[in-house]
Write a protein that binds this ligand. Structure first.
Ligand code: ZN
Length: 81
């Protein structure tokens, strides 16, 4: 289970209270899921309705960063290039 805190309204919950919008990529980017840290779009469905970014490891599910669009973190250790 993922425990997520919305970076916009600070509501916290598990992934069932949010919606994953797929990989956080630029339009036309053909990146696919692979083992490692992956950036995804998530929607704060139970709270403010904002989209935000989340980086998690696709193996152990550990979340390493959450951000609002425009404040993307620099490259994260273990991130898939
Ligand atoms: Zn929110």
């Amino acid at each position: 289970m993922l425990l997520i805190t919305c970076p916009v309204c600070s509501i916290a919950g598990d992934e069932t209270e949010f919606t994953c919008g797929g990989l956080y990529t630029a339009p036309g980017d053909q990146r696919v899921y692979a083992r490692g840290i992956s950036r995804e779009w998530w929607l704060c469905e139970s709270g403010c309705g904002s989209w935000f970014g989340l980086a998690r490891h696709t193996g152990n599910q550990r979340i390493s960063a959450i951000w609002v669009p425009g404040e993307e973190p620099d490259a994260l250790p273990g991130e898939i290039a």
